[in-house]
Design a protein around this ligand. Structure first.
Ligand code: PBG
Ligand code: ZN
Length: 319
């Protein structure tokens, strides 16, 4: 009796395994999240995220030039402003931190700049929109999102990524961009963004922890996956050019399901808490270093086209 299909025939030759690999991490499909701080004078480390820094405006051009030379797909830019207020008005200041950073980066490289569009880094209360009482007012917030989008467009952004999870945000931003003549700027929508504990290190980095309450009234319930498909479909109808699932490795089912139900490109965002977990397990020697590759492969295997990951910089440097 012999095996009819001998799967193991190929597996003792690494060259054949490589040839037959169905998915693999690809640096040109990876996006590096980048924090730029208006106050910082030097790169500031972020606790829990070894090797990740908040960069000052004076160094951002040089840093992004280095990233560009390593062959990454692009950056996802987050601003840390020096001034916050109740309505997050710094977010649409043409001389705000993100707007200045975009202009700086453009001076020294052609790296693709995707700018995160939200208000939690800019509001004194840390919520992603304008409050009415204790709640975020969805529709009032949309007006501010439009202003931010136009301000990013004037600064020369390549792609806009709204992350606030307000209903109608993609449609509103698309309409504003188009009526101002910015028809060529695509929208990468954070369409399925879960209310997750995995954003902890990011919130410290961006100074965006809500001062009261949580984000469960606008981010998704992690018990739901059909809802993610509804979120995706609505954003697609509103004119999104790319969708996103976030976080990534605990949500591979959502990535897979999204892949089956849309033909739009899908980005997976492996978030700060995932990076913290993976690096600490590898640093301590509990897990071997190949765990990083395993974690970087999984979202692609599940069907993601793009991976946003804090490993992008080191991966691109070494591959
Ligand atoms: C802002 C935003 C967050 C992240 C990306 N954009 C934080 C949040 O929703 O609180 C998280 C990214 C990460 O953890 O790496 N809305
Ligand atoms: Zn936000």
């Amino acid at each position: 009796m012999f095996p009819i299909q001998r799967l193991r025939r190929n597996r003792n030759d690494e060259r054949i395994r490589d040839l037959l690999a169905e998915s693999r991490p690809d640096k040109s499909k990876m996006i590096m999240p980048v924090f730029v701080s208006e106050d910082a004078a030097n790169p500031e480390p972020i606790s829990g995220m070894k090797g990740i820094f908040r960069y000052p405006l004076s160094m951002i051009g040089e840093y992004c030039k280095k990233l560009d030379q390593s062959g990454l797909g692009g950056i996802l830019l987050f601003g840390v402003p020096s001034r916050k207020d109740e309505i997050g008005s710094e977010a649409y200041n043409d001389n705000g931190v993100v707007q200045k950073a975009i202009r700086e980066i453009k001076k020294s490289s052609k790296i693709l700049i995707i700018a995160d569009l939200c208000m939690c880094e800019y509001t004194s209360h840390g919520h992603c929109g304008i409050l009415r009482g204790q709640n975020v007012d969805n529709d009032l917030t949309l007006d501010s999102y439009s202003k931010i989008a136009l301000s990013y467009a004037r600064a020369g952004v390549d792609v806009i990524a709204p992350s606030g999870m307000m209903d109608g945000q993609v449609y509103t931003i698309r309409k504003s961009l188009d009526s101002a003549g910015y028809t060529g700027i695509p929208i990468m929508s954070y369409s399925s963004k879960y209310a997750s504990s995995l954003y902890g290190p990011f919130r410290e980095a961006a100074g965006s922890t809500p001062s009261f309450g949580n984000r469960r009234s606008y981010q998704m319930d992690y018990r739901n996956s059909r809802e993610a498909i509804r979120e995706n479909s609505i954003d697609e109808l509103e004119g999104a050019d790319m969708l996103m699932v976030k976080p990534a490795i605990f949500y591979l089912d959502v990535i897979y399901r999204s892949r089956q139900s849309t033909n739009l490109p899908i980005a997976a965002y492996s978030v700060s808490g995932e990076y913290a977990m993976i690096t600490s397990a590898v640093e301590s020697g509990t897990l071997s270093e190949d765990f990083i590759n395993e974690a970087l492969t999984a979202p692609f295997r599940a069907g993601a086209d793009i991976l946003i990951t804090y490993f992008a910089e080191s991966y691109a440097r070494t591959h």
